[in-house]
Design a protein. Sequence first.
Length: 334
Amino acid sequence: MPASVKDVAALAGVSSSTVSNYLNHPHVLGAASREKVRAAIEELGFVPNESARQLRAGTSRTIALILLDAWLPYFSELSRGVEDATRPEGWSLFFSNSNRDAEQERRNIDMFEAHRVQGIVIYPRDDVIDRLEQLADRGIRSVVLGPVRDSPTVASVLFDDREGGRLAGAHLRGIGRRRVLFLGSSLVSQSNDRLAGLRDAVAGSSAVVSVHEVDDLTIEDGLRAADAIVALPAAERPDALFAANDMVAVGALTGLIRHGVRVPEDIAIVGFDDVDQAHQAVVPLTTVRQPGYEIGRAAGSALLRQLAEPGSAPVVTPPFAPELVVRASTTGRG
């Protein structure tokens, strides 16, 4: 059984409160008392229960990160950015995955409130501002990633998904594609914004946009979409795909090539995010770059600034702009 504070006190010949002061307020002890406690801790191999100590104090050095889908590569980069911003300042980071499920998202928020985290960074599925404002009233500050309502207490780090969709659509229109199929999920607000941008880009032209709904924004969804496309008569197939993320785009690209469809000669493909798999694909993928790591760092920094000044207004972070990265899946080059 691990050694306890009482065990340390007994071996050192001091009171438990002296051991507690050694762990929390060593400056109040004399040198002799500090040395007795230090020697006892070393002999017993005592490890303080930091979680219990923080709960007794009513505070913690923990923050939470709630992700829409932790299994997607983009969110790995985002997580790394949040962690790199907060860990050097002595904060521990708890992760959870909502898996695009609104009820799970609510449970995750409740769980972290119960664990008394000091702050939350969240990439939400639903509008969670009202709930996060309740937490702010109880001293838990938050940063939301993605499209949000203005809030007097909840900060946000924004990325212009609609503009990203417009860039993709303008590129496809510019290379002469006229039958564009969007692969995305209407359950994800960011996917809907990217589709809206695509439609903005082709408005007033001869190009037509259609939609193929996918379930989970994974490679497997893209493979299934490719099967559905090649099942169509050749005259009815799209001449371009725009996928809501790179994983769907890579799956569709792989599936089409397996079926003998030429990319980009027959069907051009654009993804979104610019994860590593985009440039590593058998036909390097044209995509809209969303800097996940930088967005994560900005969110972590914004949260720390709010925690340092509990009564402050939400941190204002300039929106991150999308960037079109052109590769062989639309041009046949690069």
